[in-house]
Design a protein around this ligand. Structure first.
Ligand SMILES: [Zn+2]
Length: 188
């Protein structure tokens, strides 16, 4: 997978160089579109069979090393063509799940995803902490801060589809009274 990404990246650079030489005026937007389509394509490829070593809190060790809410862009990937991002393996699995659901006539929307630390602080201020009856995790502890949880827009049909199938993609409903919140459990 890594070598494939490296190969694709080198092709992008080659293409960008070509475009920069021929059509400087429109090159930037064309590159952006191409790169974002490509990222979507990579993110929706089938799982690779890779497994992850988890720390005592269930967070992959490589991810934990970055710190909650401090995940670099390079470790994140986009969900479909939305502005939402998750830890790349979670995004990849979610993209596959959304496609398969669509094939079953089920629409899965996304309302929230990776949440950088500053956004966790802001959310806690606006919605209150769980420990005080609110709707936000203590900043620095949110699953969203690991890019390992997503909030989904699910109608009744989609929710029942999720409850039946999401486990196959590593997603679990793990917060009581938050049927929109789904956490990713990476293969170990
Ligand atoms: Zn959530």
């Amino acid at each position: 997978m890594n070598s494939r990404i490296a190969e694709i990246q080198s092709r992008i650079i080659a293409l960008q160089t070509q475009r920069a030489g021929t059509t400087p005026a429109s090159a930037t937007s064309a590159q952006g579109t191409f790169a974002s389509h490509l990222q979507g394509a990579i993110a929706s490829t089938a799982p690779t069979g890779q497994t992850y070593k988890l720390n005592s809190k269930g967070i992959p060790e490589d991810l934990a090393a970055y710190g909650n809410g401090k995940i670099p862009e390079t470790a994140l990937a986009r969900v479909g063509n939305t502005g939402h991002k998750l830890w790349a393996p979670a995004a990849q699995s979610l993209n596959g799940m959304i496609e398969d659901a669509r094939r079953d006539g089920v629409e899965i929307g996304i309302t929230d995803s990776y949440r950088p630390y500053a956004e966790q602080v802001d959310l806690a201020r606006r919605k209150g902490l769980y420990s005080q009856g609110g709707l936000a995790a203590k900043p620095g502890t949110s699953e969203h801060g690991w890019g390992m949880a997503t909030d989904l827009d699910l109608n009744a049909k989609a929710l029942s589809w999720m409850r039946k199938n999401a486990g196959n993609y590593g997603f679990v409903e793990n917060v009581a009274r938050e049927s929109w919140h789904w956490a990713y459990r990476p293969p170990t």
